[in-house]
Ligand binder design. Sequence first.
Ligand SMILES: Cc1cc2nc3c(=O)[nH]c(=O)nc-3n(C[C@H](O)[C@H](O)[C@H](O)COP(=O)(O)OP(=O)(O)OC[C@H]3O[C@@H](n4cnc5c(N)ncnc54)[C@H](O)[C@@H]3O)c2cc1C
Length: 464
Amino acid sequence: MLASSLSNALSEIRRKIGKEKVLTEPEDLYAYSLDASTEHKTPPSAVVRAYSEDDVRVVLEVANKRKVPVVPRGSGTSLTGASVPAVPNSILLDLSPMNGIEVCIEDGYVMAEAGATVLQVDQECRKYGFFFPPDPASSRIATIGGALAENAGGLRGAKFGVMKNWVLAMEVIVPGGKKIRIGEPVYKWRWGPDLLSLFIGSEGTLGVITRAWLKIHPLPEKVVRVLGLFDRIENAGKAISEIRRRGYVPMILELLDRETIEIVREVLGYDVPLGEAMVIADIDGPEEAVWRIVKEVRKAMEESGGETTASDDPEEMEQLYLARQGAYAAVTRAYPGVLLEDITVPLSKLMIALRELDKLRKEYGLRMPIFGHAGDGNLHPNICFDPEDPEQVRKAREMFLKTGKLAIELGGAISGEHGIGISKKDLFLEEIKAVRGEGYIELVTQIKELLDPNGIMNPGKLWF
Ligand SMILES: Cc1cc2nc3c(=O)[nH]c(=O)nc-3n(C[C@H](O)[C@H](O)[C@H](O)COP(=O)(O)OP(=O)(O)OC[C@H]3O[C@@H](n4cnc5c(N)ncnc54)[C@H](O)[C@@H]3O)c2cc1C
């Protein structure tokens, strides 16, 4: 792509939507040159701040005509380089100014523009006694558009799934500037292939999501938190399987290993109980049922060798959650370099995965605290290293690759939440080759070429 095409595109965009929405000063671009992965640093050549659907339409029309790459961006919390340009002369399209929210209780949905944050959407629903279940840990800043484009999940995924489970309809602008409305804001509709699923999780490589109609859920009447402490990680794994096998689906079901608990204690000074593993479960439901289920969940943990505590007192619940809440902050504060893995394995393979990961950390001698959403098999091994030490950098990268390969071998997925972006491109190709069949790449490449014939949407991501 020629710099002259970019310059002509920017002149046309300025003329059509106003020059104040187009940023090209280095100090403005710097803020957009990173995402939360921090390892991919490419400043865009320009940033367009979209305030309306029309702004998005103009950018995709002009960029498509002049073959200029466009990187959609919400809040830039991607952990894989997905929201920074992978190629030069790109326009970064910032959707954060488009942040309207409308709750419709009667029809059971919330309409959110792409730039509204996940937390803002949840908080609006709570005013009416409802909530929005998907809760990425980044929900305070992550946007609805970014969360849809990444098919994000979170703690409550153990019970409520991920973003795609909550979408009724979306509006998308495709290259060339045409608007597509997919789905309807009703709880049942059926026609044709499911195009919602095509765009959800496509990481900004097919089009720009401008708004979505999302299902909402009544707030639980009661939530009780249970903490189980285990002297062997295998027993924590057994407890998790037992809870599920006995038919209980906690709203959150989290696992922390000893290294995580130690780092939280060392770095943040939190007084959290030390054990080989900790399991935290939130049980929700009607008042009369919750305590009965809590008793059963505690029994499953205790029969698996754990010591348990439970509380419905808000302050005590916070205390029980302290180790999990501080985990990522403690790790990133302790180590300047952290590769945050995000694999998912079948629940039956959770313990094998933890054992293999333990072997890996012993083999490489790097610290790797592991926590995660064990209720849905999603683990976050945090590979800690010194970025100034080339040997440690090499080891960390090898561990990252081996962790992904382990997930593939165990019949799982290389990413449960954080997506592919740039960081996991190679691993993604391995996963495709291993399990998705020969025709997969061909089919998806044809879909990409159909929707984005000039290849302007977020090039260099996924395998495009
Ligand atoms: C501390 C921390 C905790 C996290 N915890 C979780 C977690 O629990 N679960 C989880 O799933 N993720 C988590 N993440 C990853 C990340 O926050 C999520 O993927 C989030 O949904 C990204 O939202 P964003 O607005 O920041 O998107 P961005 O980073 O701006 O963009 C992400 C991707 O979406 C595309 N995109 C953005 N907006 C649009 C749009 N409107 N239309 C089309 N494409 C678009 C971008 O091009 C990019 O490919 C975490 C990140 C951090 C830093």
